[in-house]
Design a protein around this ligand. Sequence first.
Ligand SMILES: NC(=O)c1ccc[n+]([C@@H]2O[C@H](COP(=O)([O-])OP(=O)(O)OC[C@H]3O[C@@H](n4cnc5c(N)ncnc54)[C@H](OP(=O)(O)O)[C@@H]3O)[C@@H](O)[C@H]2O)c1
Length: 298
Amino acid sequence: MPENGNSERAAVSVIGLGQMGTRIAQALLAAGHAVAVWNRSGGKAEALAAQGAVRAESVEAALSASPLAVVVLPDYATVREVLGPVAEHLRGRVLVNLTSGTPEEAAQAAEWAARHGAGYLDGAAMSGTRLVGRPEALFVFSGARDAFAEHRAVLASLGGAVHLGADPALAPVYDTALFGLAWGALAGFYHSVALAGAAGVGPAAFAAVATEHMPFVTSLMAEHARQLEDGRFPDDDGTVDVHLAAVGHLVQTSRAQGVGTDVPDLFAALLGRAAAAGRGADGIASVIGAIAEGGRDA
Ligand SMILES: NC(=O)c1ccc[n+]([C@@H]2O[C@H](COP(=O)([O-])OP(=O)(O)OC[C@H]3O[C@@H](n4cnc5c(N)ncnc54)[C@H](OP(=O)(O)O)[C@@H]3O)[C@@H](O)[C@H]2O)c1
């Protein structure tokens, strides 16, 4: 119900009902929030109306329906195209932009929202659509702290809702960095599945053991983050030289099995650069010099 005497009737409006926007609206409804929805083409909004959402007839109506608007469109250019003509309806509201983009686009969107009197949170959905609404779905947000605090309960209906900081650019920074992490891990996984497969091990059998191994890998991230902050690289988890030799075994074994070596070749090359820069006797985390600085030592 309205808290400020205007026509607001919903807790949150969702603008853009593609795969992600629809799942977001459904999760908000499942958590018991009053949800207004708008989509360019009608069918998706009608389907959500049948599930309890209020279908807004226009973008203005969607913005006016609630104090919080969640926009989920393909890119920032589309966000500008959709919200630009009705920007005056943003005044006094909070805009949460879950559209994927770059840090620069997020900063520009935050400035644009501020010029129109709106609070702004940039955000990123990190766990695809399947987990939305469950605690294990990670949503990251950045931007105005008071806006996040005010709407935290609604945003937490989407999953784990993490506020990264006041700089709106942080959400896309984490979005792209976490994707990079996932792709690196998945590249290793697919290579390992191929190698295990050549030895007659099925993907599911391998995955069952691989997932047991992951807590150790994530513990290395926490420990190596400490080393990177200290700028000291003890050899407790193996030196660059030790890992270089081990990756060499993986490359040899892959070749012998007829499995491609592109994935381990990349890490072997990076370790080789770190060794050439004099890091061979340092801990493996010192390879960051070969990665972050384009081959120059850290
Ligand atoms: N899907 C995922 O797993 C996932 C995960 C993380 C992040 N994301 C991000 O979420 C955002 C949306 O992705 P999605 O998968 O939901 O996309 P999608 O399924 O392709 O849906 C796109 C939505 O944008 C609307 N749209 C497109 N062009 C428009 C325009 N010119 N004016 C008004 N509305 C327009 C579409 O409306 P119509 O229905 O009328 O075509 C539709 O509602 C993207 O930035 C994506 O990177 C998606």
